[in-house]
Design a protein around this ligand. Sequence first.
Ligand code: NAD
Ligand code: UDP
Length: 344
Amino acid sequence: MKILVTGGAGYIGSHTCVRLLEEGYEAVIVDDLSNSSIVVLDRIEQITGKRPGFYPVNICCKKELDEVFEVEKPEAVIHFAGFKAVGESVQKPMEYYSNNISGTLTLTECMKKHGVFSLIFSSSATVYGEPDRMPLGEDCPKGVCTNPYGWTKWMIEQILTDIAAADERWKVTLLRYFNPIGAHESGLIGEDPKGIPNNLLPYIAQVAVGRRECLGVFGNDYDTPDGTCIRDYIHVCDLARGHVMALDHMKDQNGTEIFNLGSGRGYSVLEVFHAFENACGKKLPMEFRPRRAGDIPVSYCDPEKARKILGFSTEFDIEKMCADSWNWQKKNPYGYGENAPCEA
Ligand code: NAD
Ligand code: UDP
């Protein structure tokens, strides 16, 4: 079965392509490389022995995307392509709404034209806003987002739900990711943010490898056991496996399904920081800074629905997540950049 993977050269997309290829699917990537590197294709091939199809196409470009569908004739789509930097989305809302929402509309139009009605979408726990109960179940109401990036996820979920409600041929799966971290255990693919990392794990990893001086921990006066925020971290390879399980489930599915993908367990910023110190075998510089605007104190999921319906549960704990993240970072101190080609 052939799967079209938008954004498949990115962090989560590349790990999902590996899993798809390992499970006997064919994968065709459409990625404009706006936040990724062509080197990823070699790395996927090194890991799996198979090279995914690749089109350097912006999904907002209907003509080019249409040609990909015409040539490749995929049976389903996993849709990762989109901009994802929270802070940047506040500075550049038009770019975010345009790329993420127009891109999704163009994609669904092309899918419909070519008779492809199975779509898995990368959503996020951010759509829950500031919730009044924990853990977060899929039945919790969607909340108020604190930035344009979050709103694009919120709106795309609504658009896809409406599309599936209007035409029963559609099967749409909305996967709400919690905090994906880690890397493939080969160290050949991983997270490679451009510029200063916004997220916790890549920041710690860059401190550990000597690219940044010190981790700033945003707030130690929250109402949590150690005063720092709590999140539900999920190994990117567990997340990738969740996509393939959601794909397998689609044959029995009607309309829209929503699944949380997380472990169901929360870790504080300090717990993650210390787990990373253990993984890299050294003490790392850290200082407390003021709270970051918009941060929710505690967020973790109820993973029960994904377990019951998809048979999905996470395998890897925080130690493994940090170990794999460090393995990737030390083998590729500058990510896919030219400075440090990986020889693993
Ligand atoms: P990423 O930036 O590594 O991957 C996204 C890929 O999409 C990149 O390779 C980029 O080049 C490509 N892309 C962007 N706009 C495109 C366009 N118009 N046409 C074609 N390609 C385009 O991000 P990621 O971390 O792998 O995230 C994948 C998806 O999961 C995104 O939609 C993101 O919002 C969502 N998500 C990520 C996280 C996270 O913490 N990483 C959490 C929740 C949801
Ligand atoms: N965080 C931090 N320092 C950083 C980056 C993040 O203390 O340099 C904290 C952040 O305040 C939050 C947690 O780590 O409490 C996870 O942040 P991230 O941005 O990775 O994920 P999100 O907040 O989007 O869940």
